[in-house]
Design a protein around this ligand. Structure first.
Ligand SMILES: C[S@@+](CC[C@H](N)C(=O)[O-])C[C@H]1O[C@@H](n2cnc3c(N)ncnc32)[C@H](O)[C@@H]1O
Length: 232
C-alpha cells in the first residue's frame, strides 16, 4: 500500500530531480561524495556479490558498488520516482564496465524471494513512510550474514554546537540557495524530516529488535551525518 506521504515524497523528488546532483554538490561542498565512499568502504562489496541500492535517486551508491562487484556481481538501483531514476539511467549509459540495472519500484513492493548479499541506502530511510518498516524490509531482503548500511543525517546532541550548526546550515544556506531554483518548499522539507527521524540510539535498538545480530553506528562530519551498519 502506498500512502499519502509516499506520494508527496515521490512528487518532491520528481520535481527536484533536474537539479538534484547540482544542489547536492553545491550544498555539501562536494562532501556527500566522500560520505558515500566512506559508507561503501565500510560495507566492502566484493566482486561477484549481488547488491541493492534502495532509494537510489541519481545512483551515486550504485555506481560506487558497481566498481567493487564488477565483473561477476550485479547491482540493482531501485527508486519509485521515475524522473530522478532517469538521471541515473542517463549517467549509467556512459559507463562501459556496467553491471547495474535500474528498477522503478516502491521499496516496500520488492519481491522478497529476491535476496541480496548487501543493501545500502543513502538519505532514503528518513524519507520512507516508516523507518521501522524500512529496516524490516531490508532484513527480509538480505541473505543470512548479509550486510546493510544506511547513510543519513544524524541528530547531534540538543543545544550542542553541531545541533545549532545543522539548523543554521539548513535554514540559512540550504533553503535560500534552493529557493534560487524555485525549490524552496521542497528543501524546507529536510528539516522536518530530520525532526521525526529516530536518534542513533533508537535506530540501534530498532535494528536489534528486528533481528540484526551485529549493529554499529558511527557519526561523520562532526556529528552532522551518521552511518548505521547492520549484519543479519
Ligand atoms: C534524498 S534522495 C536520496 C537519493 C540517493 N540515494 C542519494 O543519496 O543521493 C531519497 C530518494 O528516495 C526515494 N524514495 C523515497 N521513498 C521511496 C520508496 N518508498 N521507494 C523507493 N524510493 C523511495 C526518492 O524518490 C528519492 O530519490
Amino acid at each position: 500500500m502506498i500512502n499519502q506521504n509516499s506520494k508527496k515524497v515521490k512528487k518532491i523528488f520528481n520535481k527536484i530531480s533536474y537539479k538534484y546532483d547540482f544542489l547536492n554538490n553545491l550544498l555539501s561542498f562536494g562532501m556527500h561524495n566522500l560520505w558515500k565512499k566512506n559508507l561503501i568502504h565500510l560495507l566492502k562489496p566484493e566482486n561477484g556479490e549481488i547488491w541493492a541500492d534502495l532509494c537510489c535517486g541519481t545512483g551515486d551508491l550504485s555506481f560506487l558498488i558497481n566498481e567493487k562487484i564488477f565483473p561477476k556481481g550485479n547491482v540493482i538501483g531501485i527508486d519509485n520516482a521515475q524522473e530522478i531514476l532517469n538521471i541515473a539511467i542517463n549517467k549509467s549509459d556512459r559507463i562501459k564496465k556496467n553491471k547495474i540495472c535500474w528498477k522503478k519500484k516502491d521499496i516496500f513492493e520488492i519481491d522478497e524471494s529476491e535476496k541480496f548479499d548487501g543493501i545500502c541506502m543513502s538519505y532514503g530511510l528518513r524519507n520512507l513512510e516508516s523507518v521501522e518498516n524500512g529496516i524490516k524490509k531490508v532484513f527480509r531482503l538480505l541473505k543470512v550474514n548479509g550486510r546493510a548500511g544506511f547513510l543519513d543525517f544524524n541528530h547531534p546532541k540538543r543545544n550542542s554546537f553541531a545541533s545549532r550548526f545543522q539548523k543554521i546550515y539548513l535554514r540559512l544556506i540550504v533553503v535560500p540557495i534552493s529557493g534560487l531554483f524555485n525549490l524552496r518548499d521542497e528543501y524546507e522539507y529536510i528539516e522536518n524530516s530530520i525532526k521525526v527521524f529516530p536518534e542513533a540510539k533508537n535506530l540501534i535498538n530498532l535494528s536489534k529488535k528486528i533481528g540484526f545480530k551485529d549493529v554499529k553506528y558511527q557519526t561523520i562530519c562532526f556529528g552532522q551525518m551518521g552511518i548505521l551498519l547492520l549484519k543479519k
